[in-house]
Design a protein around this ligand. Structure first.
Ligand code: CA
Length: 249
């Protein structure tokens, strides 16, 4: 099947990773944190993008058509949507318009092979926050996702600081009073979710939603276990338990 061989080779070229990964990337290759909705009907591209972003520490939920995308953003809270434009059942641009008409400010990054200026303008006018033309580099995609998330939470600085603690989502480093902490990927994700909204009480269900993607098996009392681990590393008082409601910092 020569066409398949061609397709695979072509796809590998489209979705290449930079060969020069150093220790920086090793730091990125852990864990789950921010929740992304990936809307892409191409099986191989979707698979590559999902895998790449998961390796960079994102929870990724993948749907393959426009109507499924609508159902997803209406029922689940995401941090960002990666949206292909040419989609079955409902066009990507129409999905974007529905989202904005519903007054939903979810950041949207369009990724499409349509590189005509007209399409780009239409996407941005319909409320997209950024635009990537296929073929694109997975590292660039991850960097743009991080930039949009920083903009969304109003942080120009990529480092989150809280008291004597700093978290760097890009390098996955956590430092407490000058000492680097060794956090598991889930612990890091959990801490980041809490620090995103200091003072707010987040329920176990909300925290689970933040750190696990669809279809991922969640151990019972998983959140409790991670909170326990974090308290051992951060001190018992850092994360407060609000009885029967949830947790906050
Ligand atoms: Ca498509």
């Amino acid at each position: 099947m020569p066409w398949l061989t061609w397709n695979l080779r072509n796809l590998k070229g489209c979705l290449r990773r930079q060969p020069h990964h150093g220790p920086f990337t090793v730091n990125l290759r852990i864990g789950y944190r921010v929740r992304l909705l990936l809307v892409e009907d191409d099986q191989m591209i979707g698979e590559s993008v999902r895998q790449g972003l998961q390796q960079d520490g994102f929870a990724v939920d993948w749907v393959r058509d426009g109507q499924a995308a609508d159902a997803a953003w209406r029922t689940t809270e995401f941090d960002l949507m990666l949206l292909d434009l040419g989609l079955p059942r409902k066009d990507g641009l129409a999905v974007l318009k529905s989202l904005r008409q519903a007054n939903n400010a979810l950041p949207v990054l369009i990724m499409t092979a349509r590189d005509a200026v007209r399409d780009r303008v239409a996407g941005l006018d319909a409320g997209a926050d950024d635009y990537l033309v296929k073929p694109f580099d997975l590292d660039e995609l991850a960097a743009r996702v991080r930039a949009l998330l920083r903009r969304k939470s109003g942080r120009a600085d990529p480092v989150i600081a809280h008291g004597h603690l700093t978290l760097n989502p890009a390098t996955r480093e956590a430092v407490l009073s000058g000492t680097a902490l060794s956090l598991s990927p889930r612990e890091f994700a959990l801490l980041e979710a809490l620090l995103d909204r200091p003072g707010a009480v987040l329920s176990s269900a909300q925290l689970e939603e933040r750190i696990y993607g669809w279809g991922q098996e969640i151990e019972s009392n998983a959140i409790e276990v991670h909170i326990h681990g974090l308290r051992k590393k951060l001190g018992a008082d850092f994360i407060k338990n609000v009885r029967g409601v949830g947790y906050r910092v």
